[in-house]
Design a protein around this ligand. Structure first.
Ligand code: PGA
Length: 261
């Protein structure tokens, strides 16, 4: 069963997860982070940046692999996930740009881009801690409903719902690419620790399906039930449809301090 931690707000989630990342890097300066884009992980990056400003830590050897990228956006487009990761993660945290990878959405390289990315993750020794958001469709990364639990990095077609959800980042809905390249659910499941965050009522159904629903590729988030180390960090609104909420609160309130998340 995933550990579910209900926090007061996004800032509290950010502090909690940034603390875990700090501990990881302190123990292992070459830690490999699985990075996510979208609004959800931003409080984590902000909290970690504050933590680094208050108490410096050498993050120069940290490696990172982002989950996904749009296909076909012009080089340097400000909403390409490469640009987003540089702006929201690499620059504020002072990571080493050459050690942070994002899948390539360049159409010319797509036939080999997935396999290249998988090999780079293996060569880095695998991901230690993978940050995840969840889409309203239940997607992890851009693995839309129906994605195989064994899938690896490949091209996918975004659902109209996901394109509409992401239209807020673009000048017009039509500008949101239809295709993406995303780590597969099989790739994500190889990470040693999954940290799934979700905030707001709009995510409550997807979170309940991921944590408590049947394990099915129709709900890609439910793949987390097959992973041995998952931490789900949600606010009250996103936790609103969980049946075992009392138990999750009880378990967290009684967790031995030495265990961490
Ligand atoms: P969001 O997206 O963080 O912008 O809500 C999450 C996702 O689509 O995985």
């Amino acid at each position: 069963m995933a550990e579910v931690i209900v926090v007061e707000n996004e800032d509290a989630a950010g502090e909690l997860v940034a603390g875990a990342i700090r501990e990881l890097i302190t123990a292992r300066p070459e830690a490999v982070l699985g990075l996510a884009t979208g609004s959800t992980p931003l409080p984590v990056y902000r909290a970690f940046a504050r933590s680094l400003a208050a108490r410096p830590l050498d993050v120069s050897r940290v490696r990172g692999f982002s989950l996904d990228e749009y296909v076909g956006l012009p080089d340097g487009h400000r909403e390409s996930y490469r640009a987003v990761i540089s702006r929201d993660v690499v620059a504020p945290l002072g990571l080493t740009p050459g050690r942070i990878r994002v899948p390539s959405g360049d159409p010319a390289g797509l036939p080999t881009a997935g396999a290249d990315y998988e090999q780079a993750i293996v060569d880095a020794g695998g991901v230690d801690l993978q940050l995840l958001g969840i889409g309203r469709t239940g997607h992890l990364g851009f693995n839309e409903p129906g994605s195989s639990f064994a899938s690896l990095t490949r091209v996918k077609t975004l659902t109209p719902q996901t394109r509409a959800d992401n239209a807020r980042f673009f000048d017009s809905p039509a500008e949101v690419p239809i295709h993406c390249i995303t780590q597969g659910l099989g790739t994500i499941m190889r990470a040693r620790h999954l940290v799934l965050l979700a905030f707001g009522h709009g995510k409550a159904t997807a979170i309940a399906a991921a944590v408590e629903g049947p394990v099915t590729s129709s709900q890609p988030g439910s793949a987390i039930q097959l992973h041995p180390h998952v931490t789900v960090v949600v606010d009250e609104a996103a936790a609103g449809r969980l049946t075992n909420l009392d138990y999750f609160r009880y378990a967290w309130a009684n967790k031995p301090a030495w265990q961490g998340i």
